[in-house]
Design a protein around this ligand. Structure first.
Ligand SMILES: Nc1ncnc2c1ncn2[C@@H]1O[C@H](COP(=O)(O)OP(=O)(O)O)[C@@H](O)[C@H]1O
Ligand SMILES: [Mg+2]
Length: 278
């Protein structure tokens, strides 16, 4: 039996909580999560470019996942790209792949093909493509400029492509500085920074995770939830990492209730401080 099976058996969990593999309908919807979705929706309705930002691990990509999952597929066709230090040709290739269109080898050919495909989708299917580019802090300035140009290659005023950009909070600095990005910056009329969970939300989030994995009774004491918030500052990825380790530790110690003292041990282990065994 591996250690996650041991944890599941010990607490009566049907699956392991605090994992990356959470179902889209099981995501915890904090107030900021809901506000972010509302901003994305307003962006679509008003044909505006939206910029979603937030700290690493705050849940940005999962907001996008939830939003696109619930999008009307008769009206929109979403294309999700997790950026790297890509040139626009690479973005175009990924977008074409996502659209199941044959991908030209050459970058500029790919870009032309993407432009044609966007028009084709609009005309033939009356569906609007929605391009979502995540991790845009990784993109070179020139690629960001080309992304903006992708929006207005059409001659008429009709919108052919929706654009949602997402990145770490540092993206604001990046957009502010070079004059080439002024035009893109002006097109982004909706900006929203995802907040970390509050102390109350952190407690609810932990219970929510346990509940979707089949455990209703409280395993994490209120004090331990408060301590987890203190340490994680409400960043979901950090809460997940801590809670995962706490469950493993509690199982090893045969403790059904998680207390703040256990968090101390976990944090010491993480820092590599030698621990005294009783
Ligand atoms: N609303 C949520 N409910 C449950 N788990 C979440 C939620 N948002 C994020 N997570 C989990 O937290 C981790 C980080 O989320 P992610 O969306 O990748 O953050 P970001 O894109 O801001 O770096 C992932 O493992 C993810 O499964
Ligand atoms: Mg992300």
């Amino acid at each position: 039996m591996n250690s996650t099976d041991a944890v599941k058996n010990f607490f009566g969990l049907v699956k392991m909580p605090f994992s990356k593999l959470i179902g889209v309908n099981e995501l915890y919807r904090s107030s900021s999560f809901q506000e972010a979705c509302a901003r994305l929706q307003i962006g679509l309705e008003n044909e505006d470019v939206v910029l979603l930002s937030g700290a690493v691990g705050s849940g940005k990509s999962n907001v996008l996942r939830y939003f696109t999952h619930n999008l009307d597929s008769n009206a929109y066709r979403s294309i999700y790209i997790a950026a790297d230090s890509f040139k626009i040709g690479e973005i175009a290739k990924r977008a074409l792949t996502a659209l199941n269109v044959e991908v030209p080898y050459n970058g500029s050919a790919a870009l032309r093909k993407l432009q044609q495909t966007i028009i084709k989708i609009n005309r033939e299917k009356a569906i609007k493509p929605l391009l979502i580019v995540d991790e845009i802090q990784e993109l070179p300035t020139s690629t960001l400029v080309s992304l903006k140009n992708l929006l207005n290659y059409n001659m008429d005023s009709e919108i052919y492509l929706f654009l949602i950009l997402c990145g770490q909070n540092s993206i604001y600095e990046k957009l502010r500085l070079p004059p080439q990005l002024e035009a893109l910056s002006r097109r982004i009329r909706i900006r929203y920074a995802l907040r970390p969970l509050s102390v109350e939300e952190t407690g609810h989030y932990i219970s929510h995770q346990m509940k979707v994995c089949g455990v209703e009774q409280s395993v994490f004491s209120d004090d331990s939830k408060a301590a987890i918030f203190q340490h994680s500052k409400g960043t979901i990825s950090e809460i997940n990492a801590i809670c995962f380790e706490l469950l493993i530790y509690a199982t090893a110690q045969s403790k059904q209730i998680i207390e703040p003292s256990m968090l101390e041990v976990i944090l010491q282990n993480r820092r590599g401080v030698p621990q005294h065994h009783e």
